[in-house]
Every structure is written in structure tokens, then in C-alpha cells.
Write a protein that binds this ligand. Sequence first.
Ligand SMILES: Nc1ncnc2c1ncn2[C@@H]1O[C@H](COP(=O)(O)OP(=O)(O)O)[C@@H](O)[C@H]1O
Ligand SMILES: [Mg+2]
Length: 249
Amino acid sequence: MSAPANRRDSEPPARREDGTATPAIEAVDLVRRYELDGVAVEALRGVTLRIDRGEFAAVIGPSGSGKSTLMHLLGCLDRPTSGVLRINGVELAGLTDTELAELRNRTIGFVFQSFHLLGRTSALDNVALPLVYRGVGKAERRDRACAALESVGLGHRLDHRPSQMSGGEQQRVAIARALVGEPKVLLADEPTGNLDTGNGTEVMALLDRLNGAGGVAVVLVTHEPEIAAHARRQIHVRDGLIERDTAAP
Ligand SMILES: Nc1ncnc2c1ncn2[C@@H]1O[C@H](COP(=O)(O)OP(=O)(O)O)[C@@H](O)[C@H]1O
Ligand SMILES: [Mg+2]
């Protein structure tokens, strides 16, 4: 199998013409309407949002307010009904589904509450999977997956399967998988929601470190104030709208 052309060549510049940095995410008036049995639900009703490189933001709001819908849009797992969305300077509207998947693979790491790992596949192969879709060769996949697992403190668990690991370890494998492609943005939807306090604290320490030292923008959904306090910016969502967006100095 031949590797696809190196897409980094066609990446948009890190700076725009006016000299300002290209935001990691720019959303303008995002609407997402679901149709269910002929009934329309507007999960997002016009969200405008910008996430800069290296930011750390928490999305907070009651159940059903549209947090997951927003994260799925920002993560290119879904498309808006209307509105403009640019990821790393690339406007999504014109992309085919394949191009959208490629953009996601190159730019976004996604972490879910319930980990979404392949249960009977080793930690190493779980983490290497995004690189398979990128056409990276086997030896390099192994090296990069090892390095990603080491960076989350799991260098000694390469051959373990998720079913043999604790919840905290599984979430760290999922974070390694999100990081292996060196994303610009890490999106995490209630990443500590299925973890006990100790493991939740460890996962948050890891996200703090990745954001601080690694410079990856982190956007995480949580309903726990202690978790939200890790973020410098707090985005409050209610009824499909941003109600308040505040940043600590
Ligand atoms: N796939 C879907 N089909 C229909 N309605 C949905 C779908 N996903 C979410 N919704 C509805 O959209 C609203 C927002 O949901 P969601 O984004 O999951 O909220 P949150 O993550 O804040 O709990 C809810 O009313 C929910 O029932
Ligand atoms: Mg949700």
C-alpha cells in the first residue's frame, strides 16, 4: 500500500495575512437541528465561538443543553445544519466526507466519556490505529504509539488489552490515541465522567500537562466545578446557546 501524499505540505499557514495566528477553531452561528419522527429538535441554536491555539476551555451546562452536539461539530464527527465552521483555518462546508475525515485525523484528537477503545486489541494497536488511516508504515506506527503511551505513563502496558486495565488506564490509552497524530486540538466530552476521584485527578493532571507543555488546545465538557476549574476559560451552554463565556486573566 502506498502512503498518501504528505498532507502537511498543504496545511494552511500558522498565521493569517494580517499576522495574527490562525485560530484552532472558529465557529460562526452554528445551528444543529435533529429530526426525530418528524419532530425537529434544535440542539444548537446559533453558537459563535473561537478557540485559539494552546487554549484550555471548559464547556459547562445542564444535561441536554447541547454540549455533546457542539463537541461533535467541533470534532468533525458531525456537520452543522447551518453556520460556518473553520478548523485550523480550513472551512468545512466545501469538504467531502473523506476530506472531512482526513482533516479530523490530522487536526483533532477526541476523548469520550466511555473511552471507545477496541476491547480485545492491545493498547499499542489501539493507539496506532489513527496512523493506519494516515498511511503511516508499521515500524513508525509502533514507535509513535509507544511514545504516546509513554507520555501518558503507560509505557509498561503496551501489550495489555483495555479489558485488563482500570478505567483510569483505559482513559489514558484513549488520550494517547487522541495524541498520536499530534493534533492541534484535544476535545474531551466528560473525560472523567466514568472515573473515580483518584483516576479523574490523574487524567486532569495529564490534560493540564499536555496543554501546558505540549501546547495542545484542550476543550473539555464537564459538569463538575472542580474539573472545570482546571480551565482558564469557562463556556456556559444553555438551551443550545452560549450563555456566558469567561476567561481568567
Ligand atoms: N442524534 C440525536 N437525535 C435527536 N436528538 C438528539 C440527538 N442527539 C442529541 N439530541 C437532542 O439534542 C439536545 C442536546 O443534546 P446533547 O448535545 O447530547 O446535550 P448534552 O451533551 O448537553 O447533554 C437534547 O435535547 C437531545 O435530546
Ligand atoms: Mg453530553
